[in-house]
Design a protein around this ligand. Structure first.
Ligand SMILES: NC(=O)c1ccc[n+]([C@@H]2O[C@H](COP(=O)([O-])OP(=O)(O)OC[C@H]3O[C@@H](n4cnc5c(N)ncnc54)[C@H](O)[C@@H]3O)[C@@H](O)[C@H]2O)c1
Length: 253
């Protein structure tokens, strides 16, 4: 079974990932989100999908939801730690570092990094017991590779996801568990803020990515075709982070 977090929004990366798993006929899918809207997902993803709510920043809620998913499906082979960035129904909280409160910092780290720690901690013992597991952590290009203003907590958390990915990969490799991270660039989800689509238009591929393109990469890393890949960050950004020249393309190339 594949456990996927952050799935409540129909136009997000998590739902796109669950849909690709459903198309690939995964044995079972458990979707998890803080928002009640997650319970609409099984109707779109098929009978072998169960939905669960939890605030992934709270250890007891995470454990309860993972126990529910295990009771429903028997075992977890794949974990996709996708939840983060913004809570369903809320706006993202941007602040320049010099204006950032301790609460804003703690919140950014909690939803983007601690949530991945808590869910992974609840799931990893079962993967070790079965001698098999695929963990895919959704990081970002923002943080491990580049940065944006007013997002230092998000950048720190997403860079932290890469450190978590590498450290965990070493701890669990001997048990047949691989751990990788994906680093999306500009993606046309419902969470894309004003102006971010312009960022997408200025990538070498001249558009934002689509959620299903990120989902296909996640599914590859979760598949047996990726059996010898672990501890890696795969950036998926239309070539954005490799271009040195940031000015208008008509002035140079
Ligand atoms: N959209 C982009 O351009 C982009 C780029 C790079 C990385 N990402 C990353 O991809 C992931 C998905 O982003 P998206 O754009 O699809 O966003 P999204 O808003 O569609 O999905 C995020 C989901 O996570 C859930 N969530 C947030 N906090 C939670 C919590 N404490 N407990 C449980 N669920 C919680 C939200 O309710 C929401 O449904 C995020 O980790 C984000 O940082 C997105």
């Amino acid at each position: 079974m594949a456990l996927i977090t952050g799935v409540a929004k129909r136009d997000g990366i998590g739902f796109a990932t669950a849909r690709v798993f459903a198309e690939e006929e995964a044995a079972g899918i458990a979707v998890l989100d803080i928002a009640e809207a997650v319970h609409d997902c099984p109707a779109h993803l098929g009978a072998h999908c169960t939905s669960h709510t939890a605030d992934l920043t709270k250890a007891a809620e995470v454990q309860r939801a993972v126990d529910e998913a295990l009771a429903a499906h028997g075992r977890i082979d794949v974990l996709v730690n996708n939840a983060g960035m913004v809570v369903f129904g809320q706006d993202e909280d941007f602040a320049a570092f010099q204006d950032m409160s301790e609460r804003q910092w703690d919140f950014g780290i909690a939803i983007n990094l601690k949530s991945q720690f808590l869910v992974t901690r609840a799931v990893v013992p079962h993967m070790i017991e079965h001698g098999y597991g695929r963990i895919v952590n959704v990081s970002s290009a923002t943080g491990p590779v580049v940065a944006n203003p007013e997002e230092s907590a998000y950048c720190a958390a997403k860079a932290g996801v890469l450190g978590l990915t590498r450290g965990l990969a070493l701890d669990v490799a001997r048990y047949g568990v691989t751990v990788n991270a994906v680093g999306p660039g500009w993606v046309a989800t419902g969470s894309q803020a004003d102006g971010e689509d312009v960022g997408g238009l200025n990538t070498p591929l001249k558009r934002s990515g689509r959620p299903d393109e990120i989902a296909r990469l996640i599914c590859f890393l979760a598949s047996d075709d990726a059996s010898y890949i672990t501890g890696q960050l795969v950036v998926i950004d239309g070539g954005n982070t490799i271009q040195e020249y940031k000015g208008p393309s008509e002035l140079y190339y």
